[in-house]
Ligand binder design. Structure first.
Ligand code: DAH
Length: 340
């Protein structure tokens, strides 16, 4: 028995010296101290030992078990510590390392312009109305005093979806929707995409407009000029002046084209204003009485003004973009340069 105990002791010491990780250690422990382990089995042999020898042998085996348990405990502690060290090393975070830069996006110049338009006109009491991109022919043309045979329809190459439905060619269609459901006073700003079958260096088949409409008692062209002057000063610079030039739109009478004095050269004449000192920024006018009538508004009681702003045009002027394609290619390197 004595030699058996010594042998087991030696085996344990040898095993512990070779063990490298906690899994192997556990397996080794089971080999000796597990339910079917060598020391446990040794205890079971006590039955075969003569009763008079039992106390001594029992003591010896118990001592072996206790010392084995202690050895395993010590080994376990050491291995766990070593393993933790390895883990910490592996999971080490260098807090001084430069961080990964989060890519922050930027708003598209069109969005910047529309946001500013909304800010400016909301400050004057306008509400935002968004009409649908698929419109009926009536709202887009007929009710805007542009019936089927009207030559002005040729000014806008239209994507027809059917005889009666089309992709709206102008946000002016929204004027009809608003006036049909709301009685004056009306003061709305209507931004949105419009579509025309046009595609060249300066035209895109999809572009953005922002429409304005005011209908109330006693509205005159002076109100239009005053509002648009405020808009121009706000969006370009305090020094710009505006001027109205006569123009033609079927839905306004009189119709005007609004120019701003060139904010690049101050009106002296440069490349931006093509030497004229003025830059055309939008169309507008006094709402044609037929349009009011088409919407059930009495033109003898109410008058109104309307205007339509080309958003890309304003963005290009404001941010010095010389090619409209930059606004449609969505190259982040270009887009992120533009801020309010
Ligand atoms: N709808 C016109 C266009 O697309 C722009 C416009 C002109 C809108 C005059 C208006 C307006 O409301 O009064 O060219």
């Amino acid at each position: 028995m004595q030699s058996k105990i010594e042998e087991l002791k030696a085996q344990i010491a040898e095993g512990l010296a070779a063990v490298k990780d906690s899994k192997a250690l556990y397996e080794l422990k089971m080999k000796f101290l597990g339910r079917a382990g060598a020391i446990t089995s040794l205890l079971k042999t006590m039955r075969d030992i003569p009763p008079e020898d039992r106390p001594l042998v029992g003591k010896q085996i118990n001592a072996l078990r206790e010392s084995a348990e202690l050895s395993f405990e010590n080994a376990e502690e050491k291995i766990k510590e070593a393993e933790l060290k390895v883990r910490y090393e592996k999971e080490k975070v260098d807090v001084t390392a430069p961080g990964k830069k989060a890519e922050v996006g930027a708003l598209h110049p069109n969005t910047l312009v529309v946001n500013q338009l909304i800010d400016i006109f909301m400050g004057m009491g306008f509400e935002v109305f968004e009409g649908p991109e698929i419109e009926n022919d009536y709202n887009n043309f007929t009710a805007l005093n542009t019936p089927k045979d009207h030559p002005a329809r040729d000014m806008q190459d239209t994507f027809y979806l059917s005889e009666d439905f089309l992709l709206r060619t102008q946000t002016s269609a929204g004027q009809i929707r608003v006036m049909k459901r709301q009685k004056p006073p009306i003061k709305i700003l209507s931004p949105g995409k419009v579509f025309r079958s046009d595609d060249d260096a300066t035209h895109s088949p999809m572009f953005s407009q922002t429409e304005g409409l005011v209908v109330d008692k006693g509205i005159t062209l002076c109100d239009l000029q005053g509002s648009l002057e405020a808009f121009a000063k706000n969006i370009f610079s305090d020094n710009v002046k505006t001027r109205l030039r006569p123009s033609y739109f079927p839905f306004t009478e009189p119709s005007v084209e609004v120019d701003v004095s060139c904010f690049e050269c101050g009106g002296k004449g440069c490349r931006l204003c093509k030497g004229t000192g003025w830059i055309e920024v939008l169309g507008g006018g006094i709402v044609n009485r037929h349009v009011l009538e088409n919407c059930g508004i009495d033109p003898d009681e109410y008058t109104g003004f309307a205007f339509g702003i080309g958003v890309e045009r304003i963005a290009m002027l404001k941010y010095g973009i010389n090619n409209i394609k930059i606004l449609f290619e969505n190259d982040v390197r270009a887009l992120k340069q533009f801020k309010d």
